[in-house]
Every structure is written in C-alpha cells, then in structure tokens.
Design a protein around this ligand. Structure first.
Ligand SMILES: [Zn+2]
Length: 125
C-alpha cells in the first residue's frame, strides 16, 4: 500500500495552496496504477472471503432472486455497451452497476481527458 503525501503543515493547519494541490495531482498520476492494482487485490481478497462463507446453493438461490434487478428499487436492469465495458442500467431509476474490475481496467487504459469524456457519456451529459 502506498501512503499518500501529507498536505498538513507541522502545526496541523491544512495548507492547500495551488502548488500543493498540483503536487498531489502529480502524485496520484504517478501512483495511479499501483493504487488501482492494490484496490483490485483487496477486492479479490474480500470476494474470496465472502465465497468461503457461502455455500454454492446459497449463492444460486440469491442469484435467482436478484439477477439483473436494481439493488435500489428492484426494477429490471438493462445491459448497455459503453466503449469496452458493459453497464447494467436500471430501467426505472436509471442508476447503474458495473461488474467488479471493469472500471479499473478501463481507467488503466485511458488518459485523464478520455476518462472525463467517458464519464460524461456514462452520465449522459
Ligand atoms: Zn432502480
């Protein structure tokens, strides 16, 4: 795990000026791949732990009840293809869901400008 550089001055006051903000942005750009990789590994570990606690029968029963249903309102989800990933969007509340790892993979491939364009397309703005 990478520790984030502090933006606090020695006396505890937050010193957020333009230079420190730029340094922080640079730090994130330089360490982004490692951060995303750490997040993926942590997610996979959590998933393995959850799977170890459940039986296959329990998983099948839950999947049958909830498959392609919105976790917020319960309406059907519809698959939308957006660039290289598939998004499951609710047909009622328009909330969306992506499979684990899809956004990470996409963000590792794109530059900041392309990510902004992608997010606008995702949000329909
Ligand atoms: Zn919904």
């Amino acid at each position: 795990m990478i520790s984030r550089p502090s933006i606090h001055s020695p006396d505890g006051e937050v010193a957020v000026d333009e230079r420190s903000r730029r340094r922080e942005d640079d730090w994130f750009l330089q360490n982004e791949k490692k951060l995303l990789e750490d997040a993926r590994k942590a997610r996979e570990k959590r998933e393995a732990e959850r799977r170890a606690r459940e039986t296959q029968e329990q998983r099948a029963k839950l999947k049958q009840v909830h498959w392609m249903k919105c976790p917020k309102c319960g309406h059907d989800l519809k698959v939308e293809k957006l660039e290289a990933i598939e998004i499951d969007r609710c047909t009622f509340c328009e909330g969306f869901f992506v499979d684990a790892g899809e956004l990470e993979a996409l963000f590792l491939k794109k530059g900041a400008g392309q990510r902004q364009t992608f997010m606008r397309r995702l949000l329909g703005i």
